[in-house]
Design a protein around this ligand. Sequence first.
Ligand code: TAP
Length: 484
Amino acid sequence: MKMPYRNYIDGEWIAPASGDHAPQRNPACLSEITGDYPCSDETDVERALAAASAACPAWRDMPPARRAAILRRALVAMGERREEIALALTNENGKTLDESRAEIDAAIAEMDFQIGEGLRLYGQTVPIGMSGAMGLHLRVPLGVVAIISPWNFPFNVPGRKGTPALMAGNTVVFKPAQLTPASGRLFTELLADAGLPAGVWNCVFGSGSRIGNQIVRDPRVRAISFTGSTEVGKQIQREAAANLTRTQLELGGKNPLVVLADANLDEAAAAAVKAAFACAGQWCTSTSRAIVEASVVDAFTEKVVAGARAIRVGRGTDPSVHMGPVCGTAQKRGILAHIETARKEGARLLCGGEALTGDGYDDGCFIAPTIFDQVTPTMTLAREEVFGPVLAIMSVDSFEAALELANDVRYGLSSAIYTQDLSRALTFLEHTDVGLAHVNMHTAHKEPQLSFGGVKESGAGLPEAGQSGIEFFTEHKVAYIKYR
Ligand code: TAP
């Protein structure tokens, strides 16, 4: 029997105080246990917070170039261990090996950019109203920060959040999602092996409602960077308010792809298929609504349904497979319930709509790529996040109606428009209520140089990545100096 995995606290891999562990199951084959992970409790969190607090003074004093050298060693090792990490990620999350490799490559690119940002933590000198004096604007670390990550990008998210946190001189308590602990463990191992001093990065496995909540409530935690559901994000915001702890919340979405009559329909349909079904629809920026001008809706729908039918679903380690399982039984149940509701509310099912059964499927969480049309604005499918391989096609009479419908949800993460009309494209960019908008690109396209986050109920606080990534993890201090 394999030894259970341990928490990483104060530079040591240690067993949880309770001695309890929970199995992680492969969503492609639930009888396969990938490892047993700690069920941590209050004692473990307290140890992690104490270690992070104790490590703060030395880490904030370390010159950024030395911090960068440690993180760059981790990046090199990440590249060298890419295949091993990809396999672990596929086995715990379900995504295909190519999708796992892409996640690791994205993590490397984002971390590389954020290491550079950490070397450019510029302040300002400001003339003031006295002679022989000046004002200074300094940027300083916050202290101990918390990172709470989801299961859909379990390797990239700690990299995207953790690199700016560390480069800015903060120490970290990190809680990975229970569904995907291996990615968090491997990420932590890379940092430890790269020579990060003890206590600077602490990884505690366990339940969000138990230890996540304790981390959020602790007054030593000066910032919380969270990615996950809108409901938990709201709860964290409420808890954090008690200590005036700053939050960065990256939450759910109901992302629209608008297709106008003049669009290149082949490209628009390919974008819909890619962004609706990649990672089994479990990107936060997945396309979940295609809002299409009526004159081209039939042609567009035909192409998208053909694309969805061509998707081969199976175990992510099989190179011929395009789409893996969804991440766990609770997700599977939730997605099937959404499909049932859509049917009951009168949407028309065009393909999929069921769990896959039979050889290779029975023990896993496989759902067929699913498309509904005749979806109306009040249906649940038009309004609520499914977070699975389900696309709703909605028909509209005009560009103005498409824009209004695109904005008519509580979410505001990502959107896209396909059109050749510059005026409409720019009008869309101006009025779409999202954090990330695209023209003639799918809803999930992103790059490390630009920030990443949502508006409305899709996010709050400064966005991640880009230049705001490190801004979130620093405090501004001003100083006045009289030197003559
Ligand atoms: P959640 O259930 O919200 O879980 C996210 C993380 O929060 C997990 O580590 C979870 O722990 C923890 N957690 C749960 N309750 C908590 C509490 N009361 N206090 C502190 N932590 C708590 O979301 P999920 O199902 O993992 O992720 C899917 C959601 O993430 C989707 O809505 C998706 O749209 C969103 N998402 C958004 C983005 C961006 S950038 N906007 C990116 C990726 C995903 P356990 O689950 O381990 O108990």
